[in-house]
Every structure is written in C-alpha cells, then in structure tokens.
Design a protein. Structure first.
Length: 279
C-alpha cells in the first residue's frame, strides 16, 4: 500500500454551517438510502457551486427532505483511487465525448470501514450503470487493483483488454439526501492527487512529491434519478444554478495535468477551479 496522504480540507465553520442546516431534517439510515438507490441505471446531473451558494440551497430544502445519518453523523468521508490504462483510455473516452465511457476505481468509506471496487459504464443514451464488489478495507493507494479478475471482466465488457494502474487519488466529505425520485449527494472538502509521472503539473505538490489540488470552497451536488429531474434539480434551477460538465476523475485529471486534452471541461475549469497560470 502506497502512503499518499489525502485528507479532505473542510474548515470547521463550513462543516458546522452545513450540519446546522441539515440537522432539523428527518434522518434515514444507510439501508434506507440503498433501498431507494437500487436504480443502478440512472441519469446523473452535476452542479458546481461555492460553499456559500450551497448553504443558501440547503436553507431552502423542504422540511420533509430526508438526510442520511450514520452513527449520528450527517456527513461521511469518502476516498477514491481511479485506475486507467497506460494510454488513459478511461480519461480520453470522457475527454473526447465518446458514446461509451467507463470508469474504474476503488472506493473507501472511511467512517464505515468499507471498501469496494466499482465499475461505471455510460451507454449511448446517457444512462450510467454502476456495478461493484466488496474488498478488504484499506486506505490510501493500493499497489495493485483489488479484485483484479472481476475488474478485468468488467473492462472486457466495454472492449478494454489492457492492464490498468492507479492514476488519480481523490476524496471529499459527502452528505446524502433522498428526493422525490432518487437521491442527491453534496460533496465538499474536495482534493485530487495525481499519481502519474507527468512533469508539467502547475499545482502544488503533496508531501510525497505528487501534484495535489485542494478545493476547500467548492461544492459538487449530484442528483441521481430517472430521466425526469427531481425537486433538488428544480430548486437549483430556481436559484440560477444549472448543470455543468464535471467528472471527479476526468476534470480532476485535467486540473492536475494541464497537457491533457480538456476542452470538454474548459468552462468548468475556468469558472470553478482556482488554478495557477501555466508558466
């Protein structure tokens, strides 16, 4: 296991503000969320906003909106390590907007002590299908992909027959809300750490020498529903916040490694990421 430190940065005042806005809402368990979220084929809509904008949205939530609580905590720490081929097939399929895209990652639920290997595949009609398999709990960057045989079988389903290796390490703190037709997640304290040996990164480096980008004021809201938008989508729209193109893997890679093709996320990178100017 490689020791690549990745603690999400979320200042105490910001977390207390979010918790204070969510605490009056009714709570639901992880099991109840999973029952509602068994829609593994879904339409995802993503929004990027500031922490102040997010606080304003949370203040307008209907009083009956359920929020997930685990052990009394309304937010949980997540950690992901994304795997890609030597030729970055996963990244490039997103960068060039190919109809069939895939994403392979390990996902660690740090507060629950659970780890999974997850495979996401976006089909031609824009629906995302996610499958996953549990693995031994770990933190940090694994030396090799757990459940490698299972992962290879998933990759072969989308025509990829190549070795993969760790490419990007990221994390955040997540709140989860149930909605009228699905669920919504609210991610804050985001960070990305590049794991490829490219030399052109303009962001600061972590204590291991890897390029690292922290976004303490950024919040990503993802709504996950069927084809029709839900109540939180409509609430965001009423406040002038529209869906945008962002992928924690692909946009994170583009932010950390500026030589990669990134036109697809140019607007998001320009308006929402505090990136240093290229030398």
């Amino acid at each position: 296991m490689r020791s690549v430190t990745g603690l999400s940065i979320l200042n105490a005042a910001q977390r207390q503000s979010f918790d204070a806005l969510l605490s009056p809402l009714p709570t639901v368990s992880l099991e109840q969320v999973n029952q509602r979220a068994r829609m593994m084929s879904r339409m995802d809509r993503k929004y990027v906003l500031s922490s102040d904008q997010c606080a304003g949205i949370l203040a307008q939530l209907p009083d009956e909106t359920p929020v997930m609580s685990i052990g009394g905590a309304l937010s949980q720490r997540y950690e992901s390590v994304y795997f890609d081929t030597c030729g970055l097939d996963s990244y490039l399929s997103a960068a060039y907007g190919r109809r069939k895209r895939f994403k392979l990652r390990t996902r660690n639920y740090l507060d629950s002590g659970l780890s999974f290997v997850e495979f996401k595949h976006k089909g031609p009609r824009g629906l995302t299908t996610k499958t996953r398999v549990s693995t031994e709990f770990h933190t940090g960057v694994p030396d090799a992909l757990p459940q490698a045989d299972w992962a290879a079988a998933q990759l072969q389903r989308v025509g990829v027959d190549a070795a993969v290796s760790p490419t990007l390490h990221g994390g955040y703190r997540r709140c989860c809300l149930l909605t009228d037709n699905g669920r919504a997640t609210i991610d804050s304290g985001l960070f990305w750490i590049g794991l490829r040996s490219y030399s052109d990164s303009t962001v600061s480096t972590s204590d291991t020498g890897c390029p690292r980008l922290d976004a303490p004021e950024m919040v990503i809201i993802e709504t996950k529903s069927g084809a029709q938008p839900g109540a939180i989508d409509r609430l965001l729209w009423r406040n002038g916040i529209r869906p945008c193109r962002i992928s924690k893997y692909a946009t994170g890679m583009a932010a950390v490694y500026p030589h990669l093709p990134s036109n697809r996320w140019h607007s998001t990178l320009t308006h929402h990421f505090d990136l240093p100017a290229a030398a």
